[in-house]
Ligand binder design. Structure first.
Ligand code: SF4
Length: 170
C-alpha cells in the first residue's frame, strides 16, 4: 500500500484531535474530488515501518482521540489487508481509548453485500464509517463530517448489532 500524508492534530475528519492517514488508491473517481492525486494506487510513497511508527507516536499522545483512514479509499481492494492489520494492532494496543474512523467511497450496503472476510474483520474494530461517493450536486459545507449529504456518518458497532444503519451521534 502507498500513502500520501499522515496529518497530525487533524480536527476535520472526526471528533477531537486525530491522526489521519491518507492512503493511495481509489476507483470511485468522483467529480471534483478534493484529492484526485490519490486515485492511483502507485501514487504517493510506500507505507513502511517509518509511517507505522509515526502513526503510533501520534496515538501515544493522550490528547489524540483516535485515527481516521482517508484517501484515496482505505477500502480499495489494494489497501484492505494493510488497513485491517493496522486497525487490529491499534485496537490491541489502545483498546477502546482511541476511536477508529474510515472514509470510503463504498456505501454501507455495498460493504455488507460484498461480505469479504477482510471487510468483516475491518468492521469488527471500526467505530465509524463515512460512506459513499462525493456527489457535487449534494455538496453542503455545513454537513458535519462529510462533503455531500448522500454520505452517512455511520455508527458501525450499533449498525452491526441492530442489523440496520444507525447514524453516529456526537
Ligand atoms: S471516494 Fe473520496 S477519494 Fe475517491 S474519488 Fe470520491 S471523493 Fe475522491
Amino acid at each position: 500500500m502507498n500513502y500520501h500524508d499522515i496529518k497530525h492534530d487533524d480536527m476535520n475528519n472526526g471528533p477531537g484531535l486525530r491522526v489521519t492517514l491518507f492512503v493511495s488508491g481509489c476507483d470511485h473517481y468522483c467529480k471534483n474530488c478534493q484529492n484526485p492525486e490519490t486515485w492511483d494506487t502507485k501514487s504517493g510513497i510506500l507505507f513502511d515501518t517509518t509511517a507505522v511508527d509515526e502513526i503510533f507516536d501520534q496515538l501515544d499522545k493522550d490528547y489524540i482521540s483516535g485515527i481516521t483512514f482517508s484517501g484515496g479509499d482505505p477500502l480499495n481492494k489494494n489497501n484492505r489487508l494493510i488497513v485491517c492489520d493496522l486497525i487490529k494492532c491499534i485496537r490491541r494496543k489502545y483498546k477502546n481509548t482511541k476511536s477508529i474512523w474510515i472514509y470510503t467511497g463504498y456505501t454501507w450496503e455495498e460493504i455488507i453485500e460484498e461480505a469479504w472476510p477482510i471487510l468483516t474483520a475491518i468492521l469488527e474494530d471500526t467505530d465509524v464509517i463515512v460512506d459513499g461517493t462525493f456527489e457535487e450536486n449534494l455538496a453542503d459545507i455545513n454537513y458535519h463530517w462529510a462533503g455531500s449529504t448522500n454520505q452517512r456518518v455511520i455508527d458501525v458497532q450499533r449498525s452491526i448489532e441492530d442489523k440496520k444503519i444507525v447514524l453516529y451521534e456526537d
